[in-house]
Design a protein around this ligand. Sequence first.
Ligand code: SF4
Length: 365
Amino acid sequence: MARTESDRCPGVLAVHQAADGGLARVRVPGGLLSVTQLEVLRLASAELGDGRLELTSRGNLQIRALRPDGPRELSDRLFAAGLLPSLEHERVRNILASPLSGLDGRYDVLPVAQALDQALCARPELAALPGRFLFAVDDGRGDLTQVGADVLLQAVDDSEALLCIGALSARVTWENAVDALLAAAAAFLQVRDAQEWRIAEVADGAQRIFERLGLRPGSEQPVVGLPVTAGAHGSALAVTVPLGSLTQEQAVTLTEHAAWIRVTPWRSVVIPTVGVEPLTAVGLVTTAESPWNAVTACAGRPGCAKALADVRADARRMLPRLPRDGRRVHWSGCERRCGKPVGDFVDVLAVGNGYLVDGEPREKW
Ligand code: SF4
């Protein structure tokens, strides 16, 4: 696919003007936030935006409804909090790490993700990466295999990891892993013909990139695992944030009870093990049985001008009546289906006079 324009993924400096005001996306490489950084974000959301922190499907955070002078003030605050280490690279620091890595006995890849972030920001030419280009560093459990990363690094053992691009892969040593990830990103910029945003859009992109890396790819496939589920995991607790929309009260509770949080790409956070009562009292979800674990929604009205319904309000209202057949349920305000899950899901689509559920009308909703 030959695109003719660069991507318009929002950042903190390049704020998207949505129907409800400015929308800023804050990259959180590896998902890790100190409690101090979370507090900075919470206050910024309260004082400059609509008071909520949105968790995205790439493990980032968004602040909506920024007032007109909000972006400048927000960038100053985030810079002071260490959340904007490179102004040039702020939109390209899209790095996921397995959220439970190092917390339940597996190889700890968070230091690899952090080293990748630092090395990425030290390479001026990589600031030209599209804002949609995604790195994923998986600790071997396979939870990030299906997040749609352009370049996936998956732990094999203490000495090697599998570098995966599309259907091709090659083993690299941990010593060379960060260099290999950056070289793959640099090669993507060289092999793309126009303004392609993703490696999958480039003809024979994976093969051409491996050739530039001097690696002979094979067909060894990465392990496929499941996303983190709400509940206890080793020394950590996974907490689902309903619809990925963290309220002020919920954010305050997290800052009071956790020393750090890791943002996952599944609208949840991982925190050190704590008692669950304060969390559930403010509507956070700490068990895998809750239907909230399987429900997502796009922004909808009033945040998005294209939306045909307030899908978030409708999702909350309809939660007890949603189909529960094991599939995730995604509510969309229009056919773009922003934020839809990877793989099979129940498709709830606003059409103006009601909803289509998997293509069938549900006007009574
Ligand atoms: S799916 Fe449509 S309505 Fe929902 S956020 Fe995307 S563009 Fe807006």
